[in-house]
Design a protein around this ligand. Structure first.
Ligand code: 5RP
Ligand code: MG
Length: 214
């Protein structure tokens, strides 16, 4: 089983802060760089463009949480390989954004918003060509990752979907998720608030390799 990739979510308040977060080695250490929703809200979608230019060799996610097709075209034009769609989105919109992404050689991932998803919905999305979802524990729910999440994530992986996980993930969450065939682990606060984001990312990747293998 391939190890999960480590994705930093740049939910910073400004581009200056995001660039500082990525500097000193974090950008080179993580596997995927996410231009976070908060950063896009503060700086606009040019944040995606600038980070794309700074790290052309890295896989990149634009986390705009798309819900409208016309927003999709503008975000896709910034060139991130992976682009998030909110799970509350209309099916017709999912299809339009997905089709446009595929025609441009890009991909989408549907991020669950609370309980706005179901196994039946996952089957429908799969039939529409969706291959990748994000299982997110909303921060408003409080609590921590546990057995209920592990069972749900495993069932989604067993459907043959790529699954990325998000929501308050830190070093200690790795043991809870151990062994699940996850595509990527998203870390926002646990990396950008760390004293040394790069050192914390290295510590996490070392532990990921211990648990899942190289
Ligand atoms: C939530 C997000 C965040 O980027 C994601 O949850 C990672 O941030 P954190 O680790 O701080 O929860 O998109 O929808
Ligand atoms: Mg995000």
């Amino acid at each position: 089983m391939a190890r999960p990739l480590l994705q930093v979510a740049l939910d910073n308040k400004s581009l200056e802060e995001a660039i500082d977060t990525l500097g000193n080695g974090l950008g080179e250490t993580v596997d995927i760089i996410e231009c976070g929703t908060y950063l896009i809200m503060m700086e606009g979608i040019r944040a995606i463009r600038l980070i794309r230019r700074m790290y052309p060799h890295k896989m990149m996610v634009a986390d705009f949480k798309l819900i409208l097709p016309q927003f999709g075209s503008a975000v896709l034009a910034e060139g991130a390989e992976l682009n998030t769609i909110n799970s509350t989105c209309l099916d017709i919109t999912v299809q339009k954004i997905h089709d446009e992404a595929v025609s441009r050689g890009q991909k989408v991932e549907i991020e669950f918003y609370g309980d706005a998803w179901s196994f039946e919905k996952l089957e429908q999305w799969k039939a529409m060509g969706i291959e990748h979802v994000i299982y997110t524990r909303p921060r408003v729910l409080g609590g921590d990752w546990g057995e209920k999440d592990v069972k749900l994530v495993k069932r989604i992986c067993d459907m043959g979907l790529k699954v990325t996980v998000a929501g308050g993930i830190s070093y200690k969450t790795l043991d809870v998720l151990a062994g699940l065939p996850i595509f990527a682990l998203i870390c926002g606060r646990s990396l950008y608030n760390a004293e040394s984001p790069a050192a914390e990312a290295r510590r996490m990747i070392d532990r990921i390799k211990e648990i899942w293998g190289e």
